[in-house]
Design a binder for this molecule. Sequence first.
Ligand SMILES: Cc1cc2nc3c(=O)[nH]c(=O)nc-3n(C[C@H](O)[C@H](O)[C@H](O)COP(=O)(O)O)c2cc1C
Length: 255
Amino acid sequence: MVTRLDLWDSSIPSTCEDRVNDIAATFHQIADARRSIREFLPDPVPDEVLDRCLESALKAPSSSNLQHWEFVILRNPDVRQKADRVCLDQKLLKSAPLLVALVAHTDTWRRNSRYILESLDSRGLLRPSQKRYWGKLIPLVYLQDPLGLLGLAKHALSRGISLFRPMPSMQSKAAGKITAHKSTALAAATFMLALRAEGYDSCPIEGFDPWRASKLLGLKGGAEVCMFLAIGKRTDQAIWWDRILVPKEWAVREM
Ligand SMILES: Cc1cc2nc3c(=O)[nH]c(=O)nc-3n(C[C@H](O)[C@H](O)[C@H](O)COP(=O)(O)O)c2cc1C
């Protein structure tokens, strides 16, 4: 039997090409249909839909596979009310049946590196280069002190070396946060597309109070809310205007 994944395999007969095209067309339709939804129907988001979307989102790419994200499903009505307030009581929240907070972590790299190494080991795949990568290089890049001085020194050192040869930045504290937010935003994008594929909608929310958000979610210093996501099914009035895209040549260039 041909599985979905096999369809991209060049060894499969060309009779399957139509199905590959169908899958591509479906994906592009999903990307086109995803909009930021500002008014939701009261229909709840079924657990199995949410779960499937989370499963896909958790497969998003992440820097060094460190999966810096955490999805916090805000189900408790009291927490939800406080979260709406933290999100400045934006109007779209009044109708959104579900709110999820996406947290970017710079404090999980040690645990997750260890997990990756143990997983590789238990599969009999652990190579010395991987041991060096997650065991030595990742701590070198990610380790910070509370004041961020170590990070500044590492950043300055790597910048100095980069004057003579290509050198990745051994992150400052701020750069570490950017990496965590990049990976988390990719998981958010995957999640939103998965929701649309399931017939559900979302609106990313960056308009929130970051200090109160951290307090509400009980986050420590090494974690920040990347964004909230309001989720549900769209109403007919949910989209404020047709999509406005800046000219493609502003967004894409070749050199
Ligand atoms: C990081 C981020 C933060 C956003 N924050 C908000 C927000 O706080 N409130 C809101 O109504 N929309 C918010 N949006 C939605 C954008 O306004 C929307 O994506 C943009 O206008 C493009 O429209 P579209 O998503 O329908 O294609 C946010 C989007 C992103 C990616």
